[in-house]
Each structure stands twice: as structure tokens, then as C-alpha cells.
Design a protein around this ligand. Structure first.
Ligand code: HEC
Ligand code: HEC
Length: 316
């Protein structure tokens, strides 16, 4: 019989398996060494009261990780400033976690007074009715204090001005970000570019985001996750790169498409120029169906007398 055929197959399977383990587990372990960032947690801050480093060991021992994560992603709005890979350089074993039975604790420090934290650990339902978090009342006084000290250090180095920031590949700190900026010939602060962007917006975005970007296009009625309302003051924080990133990559888990696949870089920069003009001090709120833009109201934008010269950058 042909035994070699089996042997060849077996070698193939084993080497494929090894290559996968090598390239996804072993290689990153050796070559991925992010720089330590200023935003990593500082466990020495409250040492005078109790010992947060010891508290961290209790956090690990009690398995808080099974229900709590410690990483904020772009879509985690309510959880505060974002994390970076370099934040976790000293976190061994890391407490990233995968399950969010309870809320993310990345920036929990300072959110509640220490006495509240203690009461919550002793009897969660006393301060949060209906909570399914187990009671940790069996912890000794010292363990409890150290654990609370640890909780209070979480996120203590993250500044709120970093709340929204595009991923690094869009920022000038990386060569992809530099390339993006270099290929951009659109002045995103000019009225002319904003006007050009408004035309592209009317064609591609108003069906969902509405004529004035209030999130009230005719499609919005049918969407479970409503289109963004760009008049919210929140969007004042967005940088050009952040706008670009959002339009190009869309929003995972919503109907927001990845326009990087269908629009040119240049068109997206025009859109950025327009979107930047929308955020206001007070958000315009669409709270009834009557305020939804009807399809037949959608017209082409008025042009100003400023001319613009379209460049033809094309796709990268
Ligand atoms: C079985 C899952 C589970 C475990 C284990 C668990 N928690 Fe929780 N935790 C929750 C849930 C659910 C909530 C949200 C309801 C509440 O606030 O009680 C929560 C809330 C919290 C909050 C409040 C967040 C806020 O600001 O509202 C903190 C702090 C917290 N947990 C810390 C811990 C610590 C520390 C441990 C380990 C000693 C731990 N949890 C273990 C499920 C869990
Ligand atoms: C099919 C409907 C649809 C279309 C078409 C659409 N969007 Fe969206 N858009 C959404 C939804 C839904 C969201 C998600 C809002 C959220 O995060 O909750 C979104 C989010 C966004 C965001 C992110 C806002 C944030 O919170 O960061 C930007 C920017 C955006 N859209 C721009 C555009 C632009 C520019 C166009 C046209 C080129 C466009 N959208 C077309 C539905 C749409």
C-alpha cells in the first residue's frame, strides 16, 4: 500500500500547525515590544494609605478578571480614555480579560469614593440594587483596603484629552500616517473643500445621516443603531485623522459602511472638511418621526462662489 501518502499528509498537517503557532504566538512574543507609554497605571501613587501592588495580586487571586476587562476600545464611549499597547508593559500577568459580565475597569480609579468601593465589594446589592456581582465580604480588612487602593489607581495616568484619538496608523507618528498626510492635497480647513465635501455627503450619506448631519435621514427610522448626529458637541474633539479614520473604516457593529473601499482618499478628505463644520455648542435633537428628513427634500447643495480645483489622487 501507499504509506508515503499518509506520511506526507501528517508532515504537512504538523508543519502547518507549527507555522501557525510560531507566527501567531511565538514570534509576536519575541518581537512585539511596545514602548512604555506615559498612560500606564501607576501603582505607587497611593502607597501611603494601602498597597495597590498587593491589591493587584488580590484582584488576580479573586478572579475579578472573569467578569471585568481592562481595555477600552474606540467603540467603548462611556468607559473613558483609550488604552495603548505600551500601557501594559509592566502588567504581568495582564488583566485584559475577555468577558464583560461587569463593566470595563480600565479607568475606574477615582470614579467612586473609596468608601463606596468598599461597600460595593462587601455587599454589591446594597449600593447597586439588582447587581449580580458576588460579595467579597470574606476578605480581610487589609486585603480589602489594598484591593480598593488598586482599583483607585486604575487609569490614573490617562488624560481626558486623549479620549478620542485615531489608531496609530492614521497618525503622523507612523509611516502609514505620514503617507496619508503626504498624499493629501485637500486643505480641510477651507470653505471650498467643505463645499465639495457637502456634495459628496449629499450623495452618499444623507440617506442615513440626514441633510444637515443630524442623524435623521429617511433610513434612520429603520436602523437599530442610529446614524451619528454630527451636531453633537462631542464631535468637536475629532481631529482630521479621526474623521478620516471613521469614514474610511466605518463603525463595526453598525450599518456605517467602510467608505475607504468605495471612495477615493481625496473624496474622503473633502468629506472631512465638511464634517468638521457640523459640531455645535448644542446638539440638534431629532426626537420625533416628523423631524426625519423626507427623501423628496434632499436637493443638491448650494455652491458658494469659491472655486475649487479637484485633484485626482485616486486610490492608494
Ligand atoms: C460574577 C461576575 C463578577 C465578578 C467575579 C466580579 N464582578 Fe465586579 N461587577 C460585576 C457586575 C455585573 C457589575 C455591575 C453591577 C454593579 O455595579 O454591581 C460589577 C461592578 C463592579 C464595579 C463597579 C463599577 C462602577 O463604577 O459602577 C467595580 C469597581 C467592580 N465590579 C470591581 C470588582 C472587583 C475588584 C472584583 C474582584 C474582587 C469583581 N468586581 C468581581 C460582576 C462581577
Ligand atoms: C446605511 C446608513 C449609513 C450611511 C449611508 C452612512 N452612515 Fe455614517 N453611520 C451610520 C451609523 C449607523 C453609524 C454609527 C453610529 C454609532 O456609532 O452609533 C455611523 C457613524 C458614522 C461616523 C462615526 C461617528 C462616530 O461616532 O465616530 C461617521 C464619521 C460617519 N458615520 C460618516 C459618514 C459619512 C461621511 C457617510 C457618507 C460618505 C456616511 N457616514 C454614510 C450609518 C450610515
Amino acid at each position: 500500500m501507499n504509506g508515503n501518502g499518509y506520511r506526507l499528509g501528517a508532515i504537512g498537517i504538523i508543519s502547518t500547525f507549527f507555522i501557525i503557532i510560531f507566527s501567531t504566538v511565538l514570534m509576536p512574543m519575541v518581537i512585539f515590544r511596545p514602548e512604555v507609554t506615559p498612560s500606564h497605571n501607576d501603582y505607587t501613587a497611593e502607597k501611603s494609605v494601602a498597597d495597590p501592588i498587593r491589591g493587584r495580586r488580590i484582584y488576580i487571586r479573586e478572579g475579578c478578571l472573569y467578569c471585568h476587562t481592562q481595555f477600552t476600545r474606540l467603540q467603548d464611549r462611556g468607559y473613558g480614555p483609550l488604552v495603548k499597547a505600551g500601557d501594559f508593559r509592566y502588567e504581568t500577568p495582564h488583566q485584559l480579560g475577555t468577558a464583560r459580565t461587569g463593566p470595563d475597569l480600565t479607568n475606574e480609579g477615582g470614579r467612586m469614593p473609596s468608601e463606596w468601593q468598599k461597600a460595593h465589594l462587601i455587599q454589591p446589592r446594597a449600593v447597586k440594587p439588582g447587581s449580580i456581582m458576588p460579595s467579597f465580604s470574606y476578605l480581610s480588612e487589609r486585603d480589602m483596603n489594598d484591593l480598593v487602593a488598586y482599583i483607585q489607581t486604575l487609569g490614573n495616568n490617562r488624560k481626558v484629552d486623549k479620549f478620542v484619538e485615531a489608531p496609530e496608523e492614521y497618525l503622523p507618528s507612523t509611516w502609514t500616517g505620514q503617507n496619508l498626510a503626504k498624499n493629501n492635497h485637500v486643505d480641510t480647513s477651507s470653505d471650498a473643500a467643505a463645499n465639495a465635501g457637502r456634495g459628496i455627503f449629499t450623495q452618499n450619506c444623507t440617506a442615513c445621516h440626514g441633510l444637515n448631519g443630524e442623524g435623521n435621514g429617511p433610513n434612520s427610522i429603520t436602523l437599530l443603531k442610529k446614524p451619528a448626529n454630527f451636531t453633537r458637541p462631542f464631535f468637536k474633539q475629532y481631529t482630521d485623522q479621526m474623521w478620516y479614520y471613521r469614514v474610511a473604516e466605518g463603525v463595526p457593529g453598525t450599518r456605517m459602511p467602510r467608505f475607504g473601499l468605495t471612495l477615493t482618499q481625496e473624496e474622503i478628505w473633502y468629506l472631512v472638511a465638511y464634517l468638521k463644520t457640523l459640531p455645535q455648542e448644542h446638539a440638534v435633537v431629532t426626537d420625533s418621526v416628523d423631524k426625519v428628513n423626507k427623501v423628496d427634500h434632499i436637493k443638491l447643495p448650494k455652491l458658494t462662489n469659491q472655486l475649487y480645483e479637484p485633484h485626482h489622487g485616486g486610490h492608494e
